[in-house]
Design a protein around this ligand. Sequence first.
Ligand SMILES: [Zn+2]
Length: 705
Amino acid sequence: MIEKVYDPKKVEDRIYQFWLKTGFFNPDKLPGKRKKKFVIALPPPNVTGSLHMGHALNATIQDILIRQKRMQGFKTLWIPGTDHAGIATQVKVEKELKKEGKTRFDLGREKFLERVWDWVKKYGGIILEQFKKLGCSLDWSRNRFTMDEKYCEAVNYAFWHYYKKGLIYKGKRLINWCKRCKTSLSDLEVEYKKEKGNLWHVKYPIKEEGSRKKEVGRYIVVATTRPETMLGDTAVAVNPKDKRYKEFVGKIAILPLVNREIPVIADQRVEMEFGTGAVKVTPAHDFLDYEISLSHKLPMVQVINEEGKMVNVPKEFEGLDVFEARKKVVEKLEKEGFLVKVEPYEISLPICYRCGEVLEILPSEQWFLKMDATHPPPSRKRAPSLAKEAIKAVKSGKVKFVPKRFEKIYLDWLNSTRDWCISRQIWWGHKIPIEGEESVLDTWFSSALWPFATLGWPKKTKDLKEFYPTDVLVTARDIINLWVARMVFSGIEFLKKEPFKYVFINPTVLTKEGKRMSKSLGTGIDPMDLIEKYGADATRFGLIWQVKTGQDLRFDETIIQMGRKFSNKIWNATRYTLLQIPNSKFQIPKKLKISKKMTKAQKEIIKSLEKTIKTVNKNLEKFEFGKAAENLYHFFWHQFCDKYIEESKKEIKEGNPFTKKVLLYVLLKSLILLHPFIPFITEEIYQKLPLKNKKTSIMIEDWPS
Ligand SMILES: [Zn+2]
């Protein structure tokens, strides 16, 4: 007999241990022939991470797909692992050091890296243990880390491959620079914060040719939000269509405070509506100005260094930090009569996505991976660029986004992307494998190899042959460009095959009020608390229930409570069913045939079950997880419990010969269908069913079609 009340706490850990013992998470240990494969690579969470609601939803979706396919007879593999998460991890350890009053430079590179490895050993496994609590059927025998020995080999191989092909180069380019982390950041790693600032209008006198007397006449007024950078100006630019400035184009302006002669140029990239319509051009500290300087062959004068201090400027400003310099520049402009006016202006300040420091844009020697240029060698044929290959993969339908609208984010970025700055001046990561080079690779360089490096690539392993490409990638929208696009071109480049067929972008989990969930804002909910309170099944079911066609998810805890009630309902229906069949075992057929002698209620419940099977299968195929959960809930609660179980009480009194079999049949099929959603309780009950043809685990039961 089974206990009166279902207590997930007594069941879930025990069941997970049982699953591990069966070995069925490992595709090589699954019974039967299983010719077709189904593979998912878990988006590796950062080693610094602990489970948040986004992970919980993301992992539940993957587990549903994997469990269903496993029951459908596929050879299923779900690969786990963690990402070393370069800057993120380094910042964590630096914070720890700060408490001891030290910086990483006090320790030196080697000692610091030892600290990071200690940290990783201590905390790096937490999130994986949490995935186990959630019930994830990951193959732990294939667990990987983006800095394990073999993974490092893969990263080096990829670097040299690109390098030999001429796709990796070193160059002085403008980059985003974090002066706190002391590293470059890619455009995708820059965040913006709105702040109240000013727009300063500054007079630049025009040098009049042929005139000997000191000219007091004409000047051009430029508007800027960063007056201190004017010390590095090498031109003034206006739009060629701007009638106000026609007479100035081609003239020479005198840069105030510096007295440098700089040309007034016309360029269509200048916005006529911004400020006065005339802008200063500072090629060393602004991306657009840099582009303009290339077209007009302007020199570049760097005035801010990597410490955020002024350099190559008049003595009175030398060595000041940018904010002091701004104050001083403005003061002097005012004193000398160059400042026309100041107006308040909201600015969008670029900040470091890891530490929040205001970023500088400056020229730096960095390593780049060519994204858009075509490259001839080694064969004479011009190979298509990495970006173009990734675009083609989606346009041809070889990689499909679900929901489809996310394609646009991917394509827009690839169509406009610049070369990828792959070097970072931090210590934690894959060191660039070139002698004398101190930088490490962008953490996404290694993540881009995830779907195949996890399978043993660059070695031609059995796993690589058998399990590449994967089938579905389930991920969040904010890393479509950082990660998804780069995996696609890497897969094509190294294995001539797209790394997955579907990219399912899971909904973002928001608060009930539609706000972002954030630990620091106190609006986050810890999924581990939910598991503690309601059990993993209820947490999974409640989360999945709220996944509605491409919509963001406004998390409602009462739905998790509903999941808990549903578990109890299933438990009670089981108790009732088992009570009717105390001492007999049944052979349950794959499909129970409707007999003419059955009651109306029996015929109806069997038909209703068949209909539910069809709908659930259809919805799962379309990644409509919430709908599939609803289908099952309504069938079980309203058709089976409310209707048939009630009817069956009468039938049993009358001694109907079909009742027990119908009860057990419907219960068993329901458990199988529910297993991917609520794996623990369904396994616990399955083990108690009086079946003659029982499998070791419900995990390998036949999925109904
Ligand atoms: Zn930073």
